[in-house]
Design a protein around this ligand. Structure first.
Ligand code: PNS
Length: 159
């Protein structure tokens, strides 16, 4: 079965990577889909996010990194995907994810959503928190791959 793991990945964290590694063992092909969102002001451009994801998933053979704009379910028309994979961290994620899963399947009956429970080690992690901690001078080595931490340090220096 081919699966799609969508997100903003600004930046990719160890929590994302945990889900990606586990989902990749279950999927024939796992498409990691980076959402192009014009309304947010991201830390990394789409191209930078794609490159970082490609680099940190380099050792996983069945991963393909793609981008998408607009509705996630539209990607089902372009790629041979059977299911959406989402990571659930806490009950607080559940309500919104439940709603999205139902509305996505309403729009695209082929779009089943499969949930994976986040490893408790990363239960508190989010890209926005990692960005905030980094911006305020905190150490983030334990939250994201070294390559991502270096890229974030460079961004800060560029400012
Ligand atoms: O990493 P994020 O920002 O939590 O990922 C959210 C994402 C990209 C999975 C979600 O916002 C999404 O699927 N957006 C695409 C737009 C869409 O299809 N919206 C309708 C579903 S409710």
């Amino acid at each position: 079965m081919n699966m799609i793991y969508p997100g903003s990945f600004d930046p990719i964290t160890n929590g994302h990577l945990d889900i990606i590694r586990r989902a990749a063992t279950l999927a024939d092909t796992l498409y990691i889909a980076v959402m192009v969102n014009h309304s947010k002001s991201p830390m990394f451009s789409i191209e930078e996010r794609v490159e970082l994801i490609q680099q940190v998933t380099d050792d996983i053979d069945n991963v393909i990194v793609i981008t998408f704009e607009g509705l996630l379910v539209n990607v089902f028309q372009t790629y041979p995907i059977e299911a959406i994979v989402k990571g659930l961290r806490a009950i607080s994620d559940f309500e919104y994810e439940f709603q999205m899963a139902q509305i996505n399947r309403e729009m695209q009956p082929r779009a089943e959503t499969l949930f994976m429970m986040t490893n408790p080690e990363w239960g508190y992690l989010s890209s926005s928190l990692v960005r905030e901690i980094h911006g305020l001078g905190g150490k983030i080595d334990q939250f994201a791959p070294p390559l991502v931490v270096s890229a974030m340090n460079r961004k800060l220096e560029e400012k």
